[in-house]
Design a protein around this ligand. Structure first.
Ligand code: HEC
Ligand code: HEC
Length: 242
């Protein structure tokens, strides 16, 4: 079993070495995380404006070195020429990006800010809550289909760094919030009132972590199909100057 896996891996590596075009290199080195470009679990690449790679130099730099502090790894075993090929392919994905989506952006903005309280948790251009990621550039970072999943099935489109934790203290108090930091002795979190709390683990009787469960409500039954299109159109229009 183990040996056959190693052989399979070696075969893949050899196949990768022979692959010439940017697309084949992409499939070998990048598709595992980025899918076809807009359907992977990593950043959407089917967009003309890559947040981390506005220029060709920065794109090559990301491919060569990865993005430190994130799951985007440095390229392994690729020559400079191959990296340029992949960069060219990523740019071609960007050129095929949809520039508009069905739906009414203005109506979506109203739904977003008033009807269901998205802004209570999310910040756009400095306004809103801090219980979820900043959405100022979300239209440049995510594909329309990924935005849709975030709204109707939040657990299936989790982004890292927003794990909810629930601590039960030995004196019976319960403290919940978004985990900011954790080590063997302490846990720090931001509670529902946006207060930072640092908890001494020895004073707790239990700690529960919602690892694959989003704290974002599921809106699949809240929006009509048309309203959902409108909210997605609004989110897709958020490009924060990009
Ligand atoms: C192990 C998974 C993984 C692999 C393999 C991977 N990436 Fe990524 N990539 C990511 C993640 C995760 C991010 C988002 C990083 C962040 O900002 O949090 C990312 C981000 C990027 C970005 C920045 C997107 C933006 O909006 O600025 C580019 C460009 C990119 N990857 C290209 C590639 C290319 C090209 C390859 C193949 C050579 C590749 N990636 C391989 C996980 C991966
Ligand atoms: C109770 C707080 C809360 C509310 C209300 C809320 N969200 Fe979220 N949202 C989150 C959290 C936390 C995450 C990050 C965890 C995850 O990926 O599910 C998130 C993630 C997202 C993402 C994915 C971000 C990314 O980087 O891919 C989008 C898009 C989003 N929310 C849009 C919305 C919209 C639109 C609404 C209103 C219809 C809304 N949210 C309401 C907490 C909230």
């Amino acid at each position: 079993m183990r040996l056959s896996r190693i052989l399979l891996f070696a075969t893949c590596l050899a196949a990768g070495a022979w692959a010439q075009t940017g697309q084949k290199l992409y499939q070998f080195h990048c598709a595992f995380c980025h899918g076809k470009g807009d359907d992977g679990f990593a950043a959407n690449l089917v967009t003309p404006n890559l947040v981390h790679a506005p220029t060709d130099t920065s794109l090559l730099n990301i491919i060569r070195n990865g993005i430190p502090g994130t799951d985007m790894p440095p390229a392994l075993g690729m020559t400079d020429a191959e990296m340029s090929e992949v960069a060219g392919y990523v740019r071609s994905l960007g050129r095929s990006a949809p520039t508009s989506v069905p739906g009414d952006t203005a109506k979506g903005k109203v739904l977003y800010s008033t009807k269901v309280g998205c802004s209570g948790c999310h910040m756009v251009e400095g306004k809103g809550g801090r219980s979820g990621p900043d959405l100022t550039q979300i239209g440049a970072m995510r594909s329309p289909s990924n935005l849709r999943t975030s709204i109707v099935a939040p657990d299936a489109a989790m982004v890292g760094g927003w794990t909810m934790v629930h601590a039960t203290m030995k004196d019976g108090r319960k403290i919940s919030g978004i985990r900011l930091n954790e080590d063997n002795f302490s846990l720090s979190l931001r509670d529902g009132k946006a207060q930072l709390q640092t908890i001494d683990k020895s004073a707790t009787s239990a700690i529960q972590r919602d690892i694959n469960k989003s704290s974002m409500p599921n809106y699949s039954k809240v929006f009509s199909a048309e309203e959902l299109d409108n909210v997605i159109a609004y989110l897709f229009s958020l490009r924060g100057g990009l």
